[in-house]
Design a protein around this ligand. Structure first.
Ligand SMILES: Nc1ncnc2c1ncn2[C@@H]1O[C@H](COP(=O)(O)OP(=O)(O)OP(=O)(O)O)[C@@H](O)[C@H]1O
Length: 578
């Protein structure tokens, strides 16, 4: 994760609802115009508070937000000076609060607006609403068991969580939007616990002003937790480049969960916060692993961690490996892809690219079939068009444009890299092995594929022979070096769901081969041709390839039989003579 530096120029909208200087004024500022002078590199390190990252924030974004807040305060101060001199202020601060609706009393400082910090796109809102409906079916108590809160002993840092109002707010997710808003309003009017310093007080207000839920983002600080006291940590479930996953049991509730650890100091806090936020933000989708609320660090400061649902079966990689290179078959592949493509389509609609799709990151939950499948590992997830540095590490799933890139070269994040990886995973599921090691012309299998694709060689590489025309089209539209020609996740889903993926195989004439088989078994010496070569088809009883080979086998069988008959008749004659 360390090599992944990224920049984004997202405007952040800050609604200032109340200030000490202009108590009944609300203004709306965007950070866009402050962005350039406030870039991270121009800020000294101590001015870069790390808490409160949003998923789409990358390096420096929280700095920008913080600085924008103080800048906004300064602007208001300037505005006030103009007003006090009786001069019309050139600073565009307007929108006085409507007098008909008196604002609730708030702390005289800048805080975040009532709206979620990130405004969600229409597509996302719709999906989230659908997910919420699923939640709504559950009783509030069932819902609250889904929160990590239950996995933790309340600590002083989390004291606001034990506030009954907060609990009420959490449960309110199963109520209507109006009720939820009412909860939020009433909660915000309550007194917050006393804090030692002004900073603490402001951060508590911020924390409490945000209605944290899945599909939202968290601004909470990373809390220290005594791991041994809360969980019984069991075996390791897997490791990756950036961390490791362990199975654990929550001591109090006896729930089995998976804890994803990020060792310190190797892991940057920004990387950890980003991964947690993406995982939490996306987890309402039914085919994305459920991440529970909360970012933590172990009390001995050796690792950051967050908690996810536990997948009791295996990853797709293990499932395919168990088939001994036979693949999981067409029906199961279709099931897996229906789930995976739904998740990826959802991410792409949100302008997010997974960037690390592989069989290891697809988890299979059911013991007997592939009906419950979820995508995991959002460590490399980035927004479309973000610039990232290329990683040295190349794997089987990397698209051609990634394999041709040199280390540290900058790349722009594109949805089509996920589509390539999906093409590879599709091949892997069907055939039980990868089409090539690396998508580079230095690798012969890939070179052959590319030659066929560019029509420089009419012969389709043998490994693609069993696939139907439609499946070949899917490969052409996912494993093409021209990333603009690649399909979208939606196109892929349509093709995979509707079409037949394998060619129909003609059954060989079984009787014919049985006859050959019998003759060769009874008279093994006769299985040789006149020039002494073994007949592959005849000896194994397998079909000979090509008409010519079949004819010669038949001729040979006739001659063998005739010889045998001649021998027998000779023996009969000599026996009679005797
Ligand atoms: N919730 C889970 N339940 C069970 N096993 C899991 C779970 N999450 C991950 N794993 C296993 O742990 C492995 C590593 O997890 P993950 O991919 O999240 O780690 P990573 O450090 O991000 O790896 P990568 O090198 O792919 O970036 C996965 O391949 C999977 O087999």
């Amino acid at each position: 994760m360390e090599d992944m530096a990224s920049e984004t120029s997202d405007p952040i909208q800050i609604m200032i609802v109340s200030t000490p200087n202009l108590p009944k004024t609300s203004i709306c500022l965007t950070v866009e115009d402050f962005t350039e002078p406030l870039r991270r590199r121009s800020l000294p390190k101590e001015e870069s508070p790390r808490s409160g990252l949003k998923p789409h924030d990358t390096l420096g974004a929280d700095d920008r937000r913080q600085s924008a807040c103080s800048l906004a305060e300064r602007r208001i101060e300037e505005h006030r000076k103009y007003s006090s001199y009786g001069i019309e202020s050139p600073i565009p601060i307007e929108l006085p609060c409507s007098s008909s609706q008196p604002e609730p009393e708030r702390s005289p400082s800048i805080c975040y607006s009532k709206k979620p910090v990130r405004s969600l796109s229409a597509g996302w809102r719709e999906s989230f609403r659908r997910k919420l409906n699923v939640f709504r079916r559950a009783s509030p108590s069932t819902l609250s068991t889904r929160s990590t809160q239950q996995f933790l002993v309340p600590s002083p840092e989390m004291s606001y969580k034990s506030n009954p109002e907060t609990v009420k707010m959490k449960k309110s997710i199963s109520f209507s939007e109006t009720t939820r808003n009412a909860f939020r309003r009433s909660f915000r009017q309550k007194n917050v616990p006393a804090c030692s310093s002004e900073d603490d007080r402001i951060s508590t207000i911020r924390r409490n002003s945000l209605f944290v839920k899945r599909g939202s983002v968290t601004m909470e600080p990373i809390k220290k937790v005594d791991l041994e006291a809360v969980y019984t940590v069991n075996k390791q479930l897997g490791t990756g480049r950036f961390g490791y996953i362990k199975l654990a049991e929550h001591k109090q509730s006896k729930h089995r969960i998976a804890i994803k650890f990020f060792p310190r100091p190797q892991t940057k806090q920004t990387d950890f916060v980003r991964e947690y936020n993406y995982s939490f933000f996306l987890s309402p989708h039914q085919n994305i692993i459920d991440t529970y609320e909360g970012m933590f660090q172990s009390s001995d400061d050796t690792a950051y961690f967050f908690v996810q649902e536990f997948c009791p079966r295996a990853s797709l990689r293990e499932a395919v490996e168990a088939t001994n290179q036979a693949g999981i078959g067409e029906a199961n592949t279709k099931k897996v892809f229906a789930a995976v493509l739904s998740a990826i389509e959802f991410m792409h609609d949100e302008n997010l690219v997974h960037r690390n799709l592989k069989a290891e990151n697809i988890l299979i939950f059911d013991a007997n079939d592939y009906s419950k499948v979820k995508v995991t590992d959002f460590g490399l997830t980035r927004k479309v068009d973000t610039t990232v540095k290329y990683l040295e590490y190349v794997n089987n799933y990397h698209a051609a444009e990634l394999c041709d890139t040199v280390v540290n070269e900058k790349l722009v994040v594109n949805k089509s890299t996920d589509i390539w990886a999906l093409g590879i995973i599709f091949f892997y599921c069907m055939k039980g092995k990868f089409p090539w090691q690396k998508a580079s012309i230095m690798c012969k299998p890939y070179w052959e594929w590319e030659q066929w694709l560019k029509r420089k060689n009419p012969a389709l590489p043998k490994k693609f022979n069993p696939f139907s025309e439609k499946a070949l089209k899917l490969f052409k539209k996912s494993l093409t070096p021209r990333f603009k020609d690649r399909w979208s996740a939606k196109d892929m889903r349509k093709c995979l769901v509707k079409e037949k993926l394998l060619k129909s195989v003609k059954k060989p004439d079984e009787d014919y081969y049985v006859m050959i088989d019998t003759s060769t078994k009874s008279r093994p010496s006769a299985a040789s041709t006149s020039n002494g070569e073994n007949q592959e088809g005849a000896a194994g009883g397998a079909p000979a390839t090509g008409e010519r080979k079949q004819k010669s086998t038949l001729q040979q069988w006739i001659s063998t039989t005739l010889t045998a008959m001649a021998e027998i008749s000779e023996q009969v004659v000599s026996a009679r003579d005797d």
